[in-house]
Design a protein around this ligand. Structure first.
Ligand code: C2E
Ligand code: CA
Ligand code: CA
Length: 626
């Protein structure tokens, strides 16, 4: 009897176990099932080889031992397929995010089938070739059980095909295909024994398609990647298991280039030695480390803090500033998967993260994080459903005593008709980048407004639009704004863009390219919030601006603080010297207006005249005040 296919199978199996075993594993539940499949297939191959050997040397071995061995082999085949079904089950239920019912059905089926194989008869007879062959009900039952299990698995995959990934589906179809193929071969060619070899091939398919640990590893660090983190957190969620976790990052003081790389490797190697942890690489250079036990978390933090107190690098001359954010209980989160973004939120929020070395995420931070996420969702939704609105606040010209301009101010309309004010969402939008789309939307709405109105008849010279620092960092900003103006046939002199000093800090070249391109096209600029620290005289001098807007804080302080009065007077002299115009914001009272007029300030904006108004009310307001 030829056992070459079985020996080939065994070799494949051994190689696979070797490679699988030496790699870092996540220890997911499905990986546990995969490992069981490996073990059973390996055992089955051994049993197959041994029993084939016995069948050949039947004269030297007792018949009952041969038959017993054969039955154990048959049962091992049933369990390969039981595990196949369980494995599919883990994938399907993981996708559906509920806990599966402990594979009880599969277990019961397996036990009954195994008992039947044991109690039913198995015979042996010597064929013409001189070999011993086995036959009987026992074999029939084993093969039938395998067939049923295969169909069971196939049905499970087909039934849930919408929920499971292509990768899993392909793996499952290959598995089924290989077994059906070998069954046909075995039926057609009675003396070909390919089952063991096929089992090894099927295992290889699962490994390459689904379980290759490389798929979960980050090639730079050797840590698990974000895909692995997602799977792992998903599993902890399903099992309602709490884990502790920390996010670690560091700032390097002074060194760069090759030294930086060496030091990164040193840190990676150090982290690698931590005990009882899973290491994941986060999206930036930082890492996320998870612990099954909170006490391990605290031990590791202690070790890390101590190590980072020391120096790094070949010459022991580099100091790294440690940044740790940790969470004791992942179940505090709505979804453990939010952990990654929560950590980055805390680590990057200057208000929370000052210069402390480590910070525990508390419920207040979690709440704030979800609030921010929620706001970003609202922003996205308002963009999709066109709930972004532009209000206009009239700007009064002291010389002509007319409303000659307006500031466009964004609002989000709520479902209940109320408004969300920019103070609540601009910062979030800047952080998440949605400010780009919001800004485009405001710009477009203002252009549509200008196209629709007879600006001259209304006596309006221009509309001021706020430009966020983050928007200025987009390379195509100027190009897109110009396209929108052309689309709505808006002359550039109708547009004035308000910027604060922080804008210039974002991205020097891109910022200047945008500004110069828009300026050359004919758009004018204002310096917003002058006097708040966001804008100073030096900045005013370097920017190609037409208007300086005095912040309402400064306007108010002018009346109560002599120092502010002195500074503002001096600033005014210089601004006038530069031939720039001034808008005073936040004028609420008559005395303020009169004082500003006396100072010779050209434009006044504030509640004294009007709050920001909806488009139609604004037009009515301007008309009735002409
Ligand atoms: P800002 O550019 O300084 O705009 C002036 C703010 O002061 C507006 O608040 C306006 O309603 C308010 N205001 C005007 N007159 C008075 C007054 O007499 N008294 C008081 N107490 N407040 C007055 P709003 O509309 O809530 O906007 C807040 C900030 O949101 C704006 O400050 C601006 O920085 C930002 N923002 C508004 N719209 C946009 C936009 O379309 N894009 C960007 N990037 N930022 C915007
Ligand atoms: Ca403004
Ligand atoms: Ca302002």
């Amino acid at each position: 009897m030829i056992v070459i296919p079985q020996i080939c199978g065994l070799s494949i199996c051994l190689l696979l176990l070797y490679f699988y075993g030496k790699q870092r594993r996540l220890k997911l539940e499905r990986q546990g099932t995969f490992e069981k499949i490996c073990v059973v297939i390996f055992a089955s191959l051994l049993l197959d080889i041994i029993s084939c050997y016995m069948l050949e040397h039947y004269k030297d071995v007792s018949l009952s031992l041969i038959l017993g061995m054969r039955k154990v082999y048959l049962i091992s085949n049933i369990w390969i397929h039981i595990l196949g079904v369980m494995y599919a089950d883990v994938h399907v239920s993981a996708q559906k995010m509920f806990r599966r019912t402990e594979s009880l059905k599969e277990l019961i089926f397996g036990i009954i089938a195994s008992i039947l194989v044991i109690v039913t008869p198995l015979y042996a007879e010597i064929r013409e070739s001189g070999h011993l062959y086995t036959y009987g009900l026992s074999i029939m039952i084993a093969y039938m059980a395998c067939g049923i299990l295969l169909a069971w698995m196939f049905a499970m995959i087909v039934k849930n095909h919408r929920e499971i990934s292509k990768q899993v589906k392909e793996g499952a179809y290959w598995w089924v295909f290989l077994w059906v193929f070998v069954a046909i071969i075995e039926i057609l060619y009675k003396d070909v024994y390919l089952i063991g070899f096929t089992a090894a091939l099927a295992l290889l398919v699962l490994y390459l398609q689904l379980e290759n640990p490389e798929r979960f590893l980050d090639s730079n660090t050797g840590f698990f990647n974000l895909n692995a983190l997602r799977l792992y957190l998903k599993q902890t969620e399903e099992m309602k298991k709490s884990i502790a976790a920390l996010y670690i990052n560091y700032e390097q003081l002074g060194f760069q280039g090759a030294v930086e790389r060496d030091i990164r490797l040193e840190v990676i190697n150090y982290l690698d030695k931590l005990k009882k942890v899973r290491l994941f690489k986060a999206m930036d250079e930082g890492a996320i480390i998870t612990f099954e036990d909170v006490s391990d978390l605290h031990k590791s933090i202690e070790l890390l803090v101590k190590r980072f107190d020391g120096t790094w690098g070949k010459h022991k001359d580099v100091i790294l500033r440690l940044k740790i954010v940790y969470l004791e209980d992942s179940l505090l989160l709505k979804k453990p998967i939010d952990m990654k973004r929560l950590f980055l939120y805390v680590a990057n929020d200057k208000r929370i993260y000052t210069d402390r070395e480590y910070i525990e995420v508390n419920s207040g931070m979690i709440e704030a994080y979800y609030k921010e996420e929620n706001m970003e969702n609202i922003i996205q939704e308002s963009l999709e459903k066109n709930l972004v609105e532009v209000f206009y606040q009239p700007i009064y010209a002291t010389e002509s005593k007319q409303f000659e301009a307006a500031e466009a101010l964004i609002r989000i309309r709520k479902e209940d008709g109320g408004l969300i004010m920019p103070g609540e969402f601009i910062e979030v939008a800047e952080k998440y980048g949605s400010i780009k789309e919001l800004g485009d939307r405001v710009f477009e709405k203002v252009c549509a407004f200008i196209e629709k109105q007879d600006m001259e008849a209304l006596g309006l010279h221009y509309i001021e639009i706020n430009l966020s620092a983050v928007q200025c960092a987009y390379k195509n900003l100027a190009k897109e704004f110009i396209e929108i103006m052309q689309q709505y046939h808006v002359k550039p002199e109708y547009i004035n863009l308000e910027i604060t000093e922080s804008a210039s800090l974002v991205s020097d070249t891109v910022f200047w390219e945008n500004i110069i391109r828009l300026k050359n096209y004919g758009v004018t600029f204002s310096i917003d919030d002058f006097g708040t620290g966001e804008s100073n005289l030096n900045y005013v001098a370097t920017m190609p601006v037409k208007i300086v807007k005095f912040d309402k804080g400064m306007v108010n302080a002018y009346f109560v603080d002599d120092k502010v009065k002195y500074v503002m007077d001096a600033a005014m002299t210089m601004i006038r010297g530069m031939q720039l115009e001034i808008v005073s914001e936040g004028v609420e009272k008559k005395e303020q207006l009169e004082a500003m007029e006396e100072l010779g300030i050209q434009y006044i904006q504030g509640y004294y005249f009007s709050k920001p108004l909806e488009q139609d009310s604004f037009v009515d307001f301007v008309k009735s005040n002409q």
